[in-house]
Design a protein around this ligand. Structure first.
Ligand code: FE
Length: 153
């Protein structure tokens, strides 16, 4: 089961449906994060809602608009794919992406995804190593994978 984590202060309801959070001229290192949503029986969950929000490359959240915020739904294989930038650091936290994941009609799992090799991971009291993405360099930035396992069936 994927551990739940605090939502934090920056979630905004009613984000746009968007798997690609990149905008023209946006700075930062491109990241493609993908993976699957499974239920407690390890069956892939199609049409799960996966709602990401994060700081931009400068560690800033957009609290007036919806930059770096968007939800998507998993495909028939339970797969999601997020196109974004590596989030910047902000005071008090290690590098992370927030997410809410829910199966159709299921409860909402609120959690965060972390990055390997971050010195600040050891200093962040919220950090959980079970939420580490597998991140590798790519030709055009980085590619990461993380699978979510929901509590329901
Ligand atoms: Fe945050």
């Amino acid at each position: 089961m994927t551990p739940a984590q605090t939502e934090g202060p920056y979630y905004k309801a009613n984000p746009p449906q968007a798997a690609d959070l990149l905008q023209p001229g946006m700075g930062g290192t491109k990241l493609i994060l993908s993976g699957y949503v499974f239920n407690a029986d390890c069956k892939p969950v199609a049409n799960a809602r996966v709602d990401f929000w994060q700081a931009d490359a400068n560690g800033q959240y957009d609290n007036t608009g919806y930059t770096m915020r968007g939800y998507q739904v998993t495909d028939a294989n339970g797969r999601y794919e997020l196109e974004t930038v590596i989030p910047g650091l902000y005071p008090g936290r290690t590098r992370h992406i927030h997410v809410k994941v829910s199966a159709p009609n299921g409860p909402v799992l609120t959690t965060q995804v972390y990055f390997p090799g971050e010195a600040a991971n050891a200093r962040d009291s919220i950090y959980n190593a079970r939420l580490l993405a597998d991140v590798q360099p790519a030709a055009d930035g980085e590619v990461g994978t993380f699978n979510f396992v929901l509590p329901g069936r």
